[in-house]
Design a protein around this ligand. Structure first.
Ligand code: SF4
Ligand code: SF4
Length: 375
């Protein structure tokens, strides 16, 4: 196992993300505890010392099951991370109650790593609202040693991250972002890494395989990579990409079975960053995969022509994300910040935008399709 230095700690470069633990009868709330314990035993034996859970994973049961599974090992032999669930605004006034409950659920007296969960467009104002006292409370827990290291995870855009960092950046010790060779450009991950570099904040990675989408590539792309590194499997390329980014410290993989765990562990026996040629090849594959998106350049020519005043480029960006991911929570979450009369469903199909779009995008069809997919 490769280890990365973080302050005075040595963290395994591969961490176990626990939002996709094995479940019984396809029910996300019913974690298969025996299978999870087996995975944790294997992970501990193989030197994985970082475990990431959260209040909401598996309907609240991930913290409980991980607490039980890790409880068999000496407390100092693993690093446990969990998060304040600010993705739900109704939790904002309950930081103390939730934090105490999390310690109880995980059967620990302190968390090694604690994060503001999912800083994004929807909750940034609330996270920055001092009247909730979230930041003060968490800093106090840190002073008392109940939080060893404080950080945040972010699904928001660059501006949202910047606002958060301007307010709390000096106290943030790490940041977890969605980073992989597709999101390097698609979700602006490159710019996010650069922003974090300005604050000297190391990067924790989530979704290295984009929910499994990068574990398997089309035939043509697979051949290209196989010719470059015949010994490397396709999922390993996603990890080698991350090993090429110096700021990356911990890479979390939401493993669901022993097979994935064995394969990932093998990849992390060595740090094998990509050469420039390999990096170029991988990023062209990413561009190819993204090629099926609508080619909106965000020129905004169309916006003043829309009788409903829709922010068309913003909506198309979300539409692309939703299509590429095959659904997911990101677009619906971002749309919660948009009033009903500015949502894709408000489009009346007049096509005024299409008449001026230099990319000849069929915006009206996209809006109708998006509305349907969001139902
Ligand atoms: S087709 Fe829809 S998005 Fe385009 S201008 Fe008309 S209302 Fe606006
Ligand atoms: S005019 Fe076309 S390319 Fe420009 S922002 Fe509108 S939809 Fe996108």
């Amino acid at each position: 196992m490769i280890y990365k230095e973080f302050q005075d700690l040595k963290l395994s470069a591969l961490g176990l993300g626990t939002m996709r633990l094995p479940v019984a009868a396809g029910d996300d709330a019913r974690i298969d505890e025996a299978a999870t314990e087996e995975m944790v035993a294997y992970a501990m034996e193989q030197g994985i010392n970082y475990y990431d859970t959260a209040w909401g994973y598996h309907n609240g049961n991930s913290e409980i099951v991980m607490g039980k599974a890790l409880g068999k090992y000496p407390r100092e032999s693993f690093y446990l991370a969990t998060k304040f669930p600010g993705y739900d605004l109704s939790n904002m006034p309950k930081v103390k109650e939730i934090f105490e409950k999390q310690l109880e659920k995980c059967q620990v007296t302190y968390f090694d790593f604690y994060l503001f969960h999912n800083v994004c467009e929807m909750n940034i104002d609330a996270y920055l609202d001092e009247s909730y006292g979230i930041y003060d409370y968490l800093m106090e827990q840190k002073e008392h040693g109940r939080i060893r290291h404080l950080g945040f995870s972010a699904h928001g855009n660059l501006d949202v991250m910047r606002r958060f960092l301007e307010a709390y950046g000096k106290d943030m010790e790490f940041c977890q972002i969605q980073l992989n060779y597709v999101d390097w450009t698609f979700q602006d991950a490159k710019a996010k890494v650069e922003l974090l570099r300005e604050y000297h904040i190391p990067v924790w990675v989530m979704e290295p395989l984009r929910g499994g989408k990068l574990a398997k590539l089309p035939q043509k792309e697979t051949e290209i990579l196989r010719n470059l590194r015949p010994e490397e499997g396709i999922p390993a390329w996603a990890f080698r990409f991350l090993q090429s980014i110096p700021e990356v410290t911990v890479i979390l993989s939401g493993m669901s079975d022993m097979e994935q765990m064995r394969e990932n562990r093998k990849t992390f026996e060595e740090d094998l960053p990509l050469s420039q040629m390999e990096m170029d090849a991988l990023l062209s594959i990413a561009a190819e995969l993204l090629g099926r998106r609508l080619p909106c350049t965000s020129c905004h020519y169309c916006v003043s022509h829309c009788p409903k005043g829709l922010d068309i480029p913003f909506l198309l960006e979300l539409y692309n994300e939703h299509n590429f991911t095959g659904g997911g929570f990101i677009a619906p979450m971002a749309l919660r910040t948009v009033p009903k009369e500015k949502q894709p469903g408000a489009c009346i199909g007049c096509r005024s935008c299409e008449a001026v779009c230099p990319q000849q995008i069929k915006v009206s069809e996209a809006m109708a399709d998006f509305t349907e997919k969001l139902k």
